[in-house]
Design a protein around this ligand. Structure first.
Ligand code: FAD
Length: 517
């Protein structure tokens, strides 16, 4: 009763604030199976995200029980005389408020679904999963059948709908493509409140629009994810380089093997940049033994910077006897610093869930819920050496405040019809500055300092005409979004918006389109 009163008050506030001619009781009359809430705890958690920089409070939060709940809510927003905004929120792991909506309704996709919707087809090797399912739960369920998704993110406490709205990348992307290249079918609630099934064959424009679509064209309520036989164990190898061009040469060589039989290539290729000595034993490099720390200075890093190649080989216990030989043949082709090799062997799940361990450690030290001014860039292969010189060996000035990932991907594994934009080259790198800001202590660790440095990096790329594309992009106005997409893809993006969300109801936290009411 109290909750109902709170909700009615909240919706009345919505009318006063935005001047809607929407009857507050209409939302309560939608006949939802899930819960519409205006409880302070719900509003608070929908107002923040992992970035910890932006804040926007919705008027209500829907915890849907079914896809139909989502459709009813969006239809109410679309049909009402003046409309209201609706944003899907996955697990709130965005950086810049992308899943928030001020004074609208947030659909909390993760958690709380009454009847878990996750089915696996062993015959056709796919899983049908709820859009708010966390990848860790998808993994746990599919492993019961000895199967697992093919393409991953480094961290699994993200939702299926959230990563598919961006791309979903990790060290498997060179081989399998991003997660958006490994989806057969979706159920989507469009901005008109229609619940549609889409795939390559059915409603294909909607299918391609939604993949990497930043939540602009619909809310994904079900995804059919491609699976493979799950490996049992992983050999996880890290080697160091002091020379950047040797490092990138080896990374590019390894991803060029994508068409080879699995025995002749690694399953995962990533890497990171080590700018300051402290980082070599940090949370993303935990396999370097703390009892045997590596001294950057002892490795004669050029310009004070080292590069770590991270590769894995998956295997089943039945072929464990050939794995050493396969790895040896592959490693022989690489030119890393002799004796810089660190190898560990672990269960497949432990490898995939590796970042969660680091999360638990950081949480215990109060270092997880701090601002995260992250910057993710796709850098064309032809300009990566200049980027190294200007940024890793220049702008960063031997201080990073967090891991910096760098790994190349093959463009031919990305579908140009999806909504993501990537550089116009066959190979491009992800460079991810995954930094945490601290307000006390060193000035170089503050949010202001790191945000300014991000701007400096972007300005450097602009001045040098290095045509980078932001991944998990964030811009403040439409002009910048136009530049991000480029004229051709911006026109397509706008047309898709007009077709699937003409009133600009969805995902306004991305700041691409203003609501048309
Ligand atoms: P949210 O942040 O809640 O939402 C993101 C956007 O998608 C919003 O605009 C939202 O409205 C929209 N959205 C959410 N759910 C849906 C849905 N069902 N249908 C339609 N739109 C929806 N990304 C990688 O690619 N690779 C990585 O290795 C990786 N590692 C990460 C590690 C950490 C610790 C963190 C915090 C993030 C990482 N990310 C990575 C980024 C991650 O992919 C994005 O944050 C992404 O948005 C997923 O997070 P989420 O599920 O919490 O979605």
């Amino acid at each position: 009763m109290a909750t109902k009163l709170l909700l009615t008050l909240a919706i009345c506030r919505l009318i006063v604030t935005v001047g809607f001619t929407f009857n507050p009781n209409d939302l309560l009359r939608l006949g939802l199976d899930g819960k519409l809430s205006a409880a302070p705890a719900d509003l608070q958690s929908a107002s923040v995200d992992f970035g910890g920089v932006y804040r926007a409070e919705p008027m209500a939060v829907l915890h849907p029980a079914t896809s139909e709940d989502v459709a009813r809510l969006v239809k109410a927003a679309y049909d009402s005389a003046r409309g209201f905004t609706v944003s899907a929120r996955g697990h709130g792991h965005s950086i810049n408020g992308q899943a928030m909506t001020r004074n609208g309704v947030v659909v909390q996709m993760s958690g709380g679904l009454k009847n878990k919707m996750l089915t696996v087809s062993e015959k056709f090797m796919y899983a049908d999963v709820w859009g708010g399912e966390l990848w860790i739960d998808v993994l746990t369920s599919t492993l019961e059948y000895g199967l697992a998704p093919k393409s991953w993110t480094d961290y699994l406490y993200l939702t299926v709908g959230g990563t598919l709205s961006n791309a979903g990348i990790s060290g498997q992307a060179f081989n399998h493509g991003p997660q958006i290249s490994n989806v057969h079918e979706l159920d989507v609630v469009t901005g008109k409140g229609e619940l549609l099934t889409c795939s390559e064959k059915e409603n294909s424009e909607l299918f391609q629009a939604v993949l990497g679509g930043l939540g602009q064209f619909g809310i994904i309520t079900r995804a059919r994810i491609a699976l493979e036989q799950a490996p049992q164990r992983v050999r996880w190898i890290r080697v160091l380089y002091s020379n950047f061009s040797t490092f990138t040469h080896d990374q590019e060589y390894l991803i060029s093997l994508h068409g080879k039989p699995s025995s002749q290539k690694f399953d995962y290729v990533e890497g990171f940049v080590i700018v300051d000595e402290g980082l070599i034993n940090n949370w993303r490099s935990s396999i370097f033994s703390p009892s045997n720390p590596v001294k950057v200075s002892s490795l004669k890093a050029e310009g004070g910077v080292l590069y770590c190649l991270e590769i894995t080989k998956n295997y089943h216990l039945t072929n464990a006897d050939t794995i050493d030989q396969e790895i040896e043949i592959l490693l022989k082709k690489l030119n890393y610093i002799p004796a810089s090799e660190f190898t560990t062997d672990l269960p497949y799940v432990d490898f995939l869930d590796r970042v969660h361990k680091a999360e638990l450690k950081l949480r215990s030290k109060g270092l997880w819920e701090v601002p995260h001014p992250w910057l993710n860039l796709f850098v064309p292969k032809s300009r990566i050496a200049e980027f190294d010189k200007g940024v890793f060996k220049g702008i960063l000035g031997n201080k990073t405040s967090g891991p910096i990932l760098i790994y190349p991907m093959n463009k031919n594994k990305w579908d140009d019809r999806s909504s993501v934009v990537t550089p116009e080259e066959d190979v491009f790198y992800l460079v991810a500055f995954l930094r945490s800001a601290l307000e006390s202590g060193d000035e170089t660790q503050t949010l202001d300092y790191l945000s300014n440095q991000n701007n400096e990096i972007l300005k450097f790329c602009e001045d040098e005409s290095i045509n980078v594309k932001q991944y998990l992009p964030h811009y403040d106005n439409q002009r910048e979004w136009r530049d991000h997409f480029g004229e051709k893809y911006w026109t397509r993006f706008q047309q898709r918006k007009l077709e699937f969300d003409p009133r600009h109801i969805l995902a306004t936290g991305q700041r691409i389109f203003m609501p048309s009411f």
